[in-house]
Structures are given as C-alpha cells and as structure tokens.
Design a protein around this ligand. Sequence first.
Ligand SMILES: Cc1cc2nc3c(=O)[nH]c(=O)nc-3n(C[C@H](O)[C@H](O)[C@H](O)COP(=O)(O)OP(=O)(O)OC[C@H]3O[C@@H](n4cnc5c(N)ncnc54)[C@H](O)[C@@H]3O)c2cc1C
Length: 411
Amino acid sequence: MPASILYKSVNCAMTDQPILIAGAGIGGLAAALGLAQKGRDVIVLEKSSRLGEIGAGIQLGPNAFHSFDYLGVGHAARAMAVFIDQLRLTDAMTGEEIVSIPLDEPFRKRFGNPYAVVHRGDLHGVLLTACRGNDKIDLKVNSEVLSYEQDGTTVTARLSSGVSVSGSALIGADGLWSNVRKQVVGDAAPRVSGHTSYRSVIATEQMPAELRWNAATLWAGPKCHIVHYPLSGWKVFNLVVTYHNDAPEPVAGLPVAQQEVLKGFMHVHERAQQIIRHGADWKQWVLCDREPVENWVQGRVTLLGDAAHPMLQYFAQGACMALEDAVCLAHWVDAYRHDTEAALEAYRAQRLLRTARVQLQSREIGQHIYHPAGVHAALRNEMLRSKTAKDFYDGLQWLYGGTGLTGRAIA
Ligand SMILES: Cc1cc2nc3c(=O)[nH]c(=O)nc-3n(C[C@H](O)[C@H](O)[C@H](O)COP(=O)(O)OP(=O)(O)OC[C@H]3O[C@@H](n4cnc5c(N)ncnc54)[C@H](O)[C@@H]3O)c2cc1C
C-alpha cells in the first residue's frame, strides 16, 4: 500500500477516536457542544458526582451571545437571560451616581448582540440540556482526571478511580486548580489576590424597591465594592460584594455570617451598607488569577477557560472567554481535521493575546475603577463623567466587538 494512503487511513482512524474533555463547567460543556457539532465524538470527564453550577449570577457581554449562536444554543440562552438597560457606577462613599452606560439599541446595534445577566445554574442548564441531547457527547461524573500520557497518536487520561480513558486529544477545562495544567504548564499554584468576594441571591421582594433597577449596578468604594442585578425573570437579585482584605489563602464557596461580610464595608455610605443587610446565606471566595503564559499546548493536550487563563472578575469576562475558547477550538479542530496537534496550536495562537489582555486589564480595572480611594477615586469619577456613551463603546470595541473567531494569531 502506498505510504500516503496508509498515512491517510491512520489519521482517519485517529479522528474516529473521541476527544476527551476534563471538566463539565461552562467551558467544558461549551467545548463539547462545539466539537460535537463538527462531527466529533466527545467524552466529558467531570470530577463531581453531579453536574451543575453554583447558585449565583453572571454577566454576559455581547461576545458571549456570538458563542451561543455558534454553539447552537442562542435561542435557549436568550430565553433565560435578563437584558439590562444600563451599567451603573455609583460612588459607595457618597451614594451618588458617577456614570451610567446605556445598553439599549445603539449598544446592541454596534456590537451585534445584547448585554445580559443570567443565573449560572440556568446558563449551565442550557449547555447541559444541549449536551445531553447530542448523541456524540458522553458525560461521565465521578471522573477526576489526575494525569495523562500520550504517544503521538493517542492521549490516555488517568482518573482518580484507577480507570484510564483514551482519545485523540485531551482538553483541560478543569478550572483554576486544573490537574491538566499541572502537566502542560507545570507552573506554581494560582496567585491569591487577597480580594474576598461574598455572594448571595435574594428574592426580588427583599431588595429595596428603590434599588430594583434593570441594571448591573456597581458601588465602588475604597478597597471594596458591591454589585447587584436581577436574575431569572426578575425572581431574584444577585448580590456580590468584594473586600480587598489581603486574605492569604484561597477559599471557594465557604458559608460566612452577615456580620463578617459587613466588616469590610463599615466605611461606605449607609445606603450601600443597607444593601448588604438584605443579603442572606452568604458564601465567600478568595479570588485568584495567574500571569498569562504562552505554553497551553503539549502535543495533543491543551487548556481552555480558567485552566488556561484564570482572571479576576472585574471585567466580568471569565466565562465569556471560556465560551469564546470553545468556539475557537471547535473551529480549528474542524479546519485541521487530520492534524490534531496543528489544530490545538492554531487555537492557542489565536486565543493567547486576547485572553491575556482580559487577564491583565481585569487587574487594572479592579485597582483603578472598583477600589480606589481619596484623590484616586475623585480622579476616576471625573474621568468617567467626562466620557460619552460612544467613548465607552469605542473603548470596549476590542472586547465586545470580538468573538472566538477573531483575535490575532501569534506564533
Ligand atoms: C466572584 C466571581 C464573579 C464572576 N463573574 C463573572 C461574570 O460576571 N462574567 C463572566 O463571564 N465570568 C465571571 N466570572 C468568571 C467565571 O465564573 C469563570 O471564568 C468560569 O466559570 C470558568 O469556567 P470553566 O469551565 O473554565 O471552569 P470551572 O467553572 O471552574 O469548571 C471546571 C469544572 O471542572 C471540574 N474539575 C475540576 N478539576 C477536575 C479534574 N481534575 N478532572 C475532572 N473535572 C475537574 C470542576 O468540578 C468543574 O465542574 C466570575 C468569577 C468569580 C469568582
């Protein structure tokens, strides 16, 4: 048999192998959908015993809706979203509004899609329903990926149960503490930012009537901020309050008393403090991120979402970037159908600078918009007040005007 025919048939056999995805969060499920739609079999390996998301809200820029459409869930995603009218910024020391950015028709027209807020459970549910309805996707729980081996044609994931699962590629969508990343990048633990976020979801009736705005509202104060917005068809309000308290250790989802939450907000205006008093069942997270790195690919293994580029939440883009990653990955895996390594490399090259920019600018926004004090805060107020809606849109064009298919590839 001529070598070229042999080579082609070997490669065809390889593409018949499933693609493995570690992690069934928003990024992992989105990647599974994207790859399945390109005709690839996918096995999703999730560590937890059940598939779901934490009970909290999430903001979605217009770039997320491009991803939903590409992944075939645009209609379902729009059906569970609340389309807010404004992003409002208020000075938490004075209670005065600094600026309000309209998200109405001119915004939607400019970026081709809306800005929205959703319940994480609802969003995860949309992706999960679509995955469950796709017979190319096999979802496995109780399947923690510990490590992998590869031999040039096959990747084998080793699970904590002792089981091994093989495929043509492995996508590490296993979040901030990714085991796959430990092997691909091999860097140290994530950077602990010292910022603690407390989350609560309350019934809309519990939210003061005068604050029930159809907006994502940010109260920015010295070393602290409060965010609130409506969710789930206005049934509930999401409260997220963050305090830069130099917390030394990473924490995720630990219950915390209201008095403890209030401690970081005793210096802000009474009106801002009152919002926190309406919260209940608070849980805390000590936020972590990482420096951007270049090497997200090792042969047939790559990273996606927080495993690749964990970021602070100040741009509200971590999940949006994971969704874009999924689109980009599906695109390149399809384009390089018979060359998995080239596909993963093209994906990495296209995603690197865009995600690194969001990672680094998220820190900057936290420092200069969310948490400044004194003259720094007064300067923020003056600079933001001098901007028109168009100025804001122009500044966000690179982000909201981009998609998982844009972004300049670098070698
Ligand atoms: C306070 C806060 C507010 C935020 N607000 C926003 C926002 O408004 N907008 C936005 O876009 N983003 C926001 N983000 C960021 C967003 O939540 C994350 O970027 C996003 O959820 C990352 O998704 P992921 O699928 O990459 O990772 P994860 O959601 O962490 O999912 C990883 C999955 O992998 C599983 N897993 C872990 N290890 C293994 C393993 N070894 N093997 C198998 N499975 C494994 C986990 O159980 C989990 O299901 C916010 C984050 C925080 C902390």
